[in-house]
Structure formats: structure tokens, C-alpha cells
Design a protein around this ligand. Structure first.
Ligand SMILES: C[S@@+](CC[C@H](N)C(=O)[O-])C[C@H]1O[C@@H](n2cnc3c(N)ncnc32)[C@H](O)[C@@H]1O
Length: 210
């Protein structure tokens, strides 16, 4: 482990909200530059992962994992297993390398592909940080996201959420572009503060009712 990665891993294990710049230094420059707009800030990721994995052994899915920031923070700070699905294979390769650098790779699996084509029912918790926004903002990684229309992806997300078992937790940050389907109760909503991300990001915890 490099000394920079060791310092980040030690802080995250202690659940210390280090500056995003310290985490993003683990990424290549072109990916670090996208962080403020596209990757969950460390302070938000620490809170989100506490909501996603409050008990040991929980299985968490990050829908559209980017370069793996949420999963890496979760794997360092929390018990449980973390799975990220990301449609851009170049970002997946960076996520895998970052997990290896932080020595949390044994708790994480990253796959390239369409997260909406995967069955979400094997997970205790699902994280959605506005996965389809790249189509609105553009950006170098967005080319692979230029497939189905935004509205179609939002509807497919609602269908996946609808299938989840009672008790499944869903955490949204900046939403996902649509309304949660009936059957979910919003049990928490928190304003987030991060100097590095777009303003107004609310973290919401939803639980599927029996
Ligand atoms: C706002 S970023 C969030 C990244 C990460 N979850 C985080 O919180 O740091 C959304 C990501 O979702 C990816 N994405 C969009 N649609 C997807 C899909 N259908 N399947 C897999 N990944 C997708 C984008 O490429 C982008 O990397």
C-alpha cells in the first residue's frame, strides 16, 4: 500500500471525513477532476454507508458505481459486502484498482454492465446517486451512457425498486430522476453539506414496506 492510500484507509476505517482531494488523489487526474460533480463526497459517503449497512453482513448495491468511491468508503468504514455495477468499463478498472490500493478488495466486487439489467433482489440495500445525470451533464465518461432515454431508465429503475423484498433499504442522493414507487416509506431525509459537490443534495433513506 502506498503511504497516501494507507493514510486514506486508516482515516476511513476510523470514519473520519477526510477532504475529497485526499481520496481523489488515488484516481488518475481525468477521473479526479470529475469528482465534485459526479462522485459522492467522502462526508456524504460515510453517512450514506451508515444508512445502507447499519448491521454487519449486509449486502449493498451501488447502481452506477463510477470509479467506486461509495463502495470503497463503505468497505473501509463498515462491515458488509459491496457491489458496484458501472456501465463504463474504464471506470470499473479504476474502481477495482482503488479498492486494491485501499486493501478493501476482499469486501467489494465491481462489474461492468447495465445495472438495470441485473436482479437487485439479492441485496439488503441499494444506493442511487442520480445515476443517469451524466446524460444531462455530458462529460468524457458519458459516451457509454448515451443509450436508452433518460425517462426509460427512470421507469426501469422504478420497476427494479418495485421488485425489492420488504425491509430492503434504498438510499438516494440527489434522487434518481423519478418518484419512488408506492410501497416505500421515507424514514429519513438529511441535508448534506460538502464544499465539493453540487448544492442541494439530500440524502434520503427509504424502506420497502411489508
Ligand atoms: C452520479 S455518478 C455516481 C457514481 C457513484 N455511485 C458515486 O456515488 O460516487 C453515476 C454513474 O452511473 C453510471 N450509470 C448510468 N447509467 C447506468 C446504468 N444503466 N448501468 C450502470 N451504470 C450506469 C454513470 O456512468 C456514472 O458513472
Amino acid at each position: 500500500m502506498t503511504s497516501a492510500a494507507a493514510a486514506v484507509a486508516t482515516a476511513l476505517r476510523a470514519r473520519i471525513a477526510i477532504d475529497d482531494a485526499a481520496f481523489d488523489r488515488l484516481y488518475p487526474d481525468h477521473v479526479a477532476r470529475l469528482s465534485g460533480l459526479h462522485w459522492t463526497p467522502v462526508s456524504v459517503a460515510l453517512r450514506a454507508t451508515a444508512l445502507l449497512a447499519p448491521e454487519p453482513g449486509m449486502r449493498v448495491l451501488d447502481v452506477g458505481a463510477g470509479p467506486g468511491k461509495l463502495c470503497c468508503v463503505g468497505a473501509a468504514a463498515r462491515a458488509g459486502t459491496w457491489r458496484g455495477i458501472e456501465r463504463d468499463p474504464a471506470l470499473v478498472a479504476i474502481a477495482v484498482e482503488t479498492a486494491r490500493l485501499l486493501e478493501v478488495d476482499h469486501k467489494i466486487r465491481f462489474d461492468a454492465g447495465d445495472a438495470l439489467a441485473v436482479d437487485w433482489r439479492g441485496f439488503d440495500s441499494v444506493y442511487l446517486y442520480n445515476p443517469f445525470e451524466s446524460q444531462l451533464f455530458g462529460g468524457s465518461f458519458a459516451r457509454t451512457a448515451a443509450g436508452a432515454a433518460l425517462a426509460d431508465q427512470v421507469e426501469r429503475t422504478r420497476a427494479r425498486l418495485d421488485e425489492l423484498a420488504p425491509g430492503t433499504r434504498v438510499v438516494t442522493f440527489h434522487g434518481f430522476g423519478g418518484d419512488m414507487p408506492p410501497g416505500f416509506t421515507r424514514v429519513a431525509i438529511e441535508a448534506t453539506e460538502s464544499p465539493t459537490t453540487i448544492p442541494g443534495g439530500e440524502l434520503a433513506l427509504w424502506i420497502k414496506r411489508a
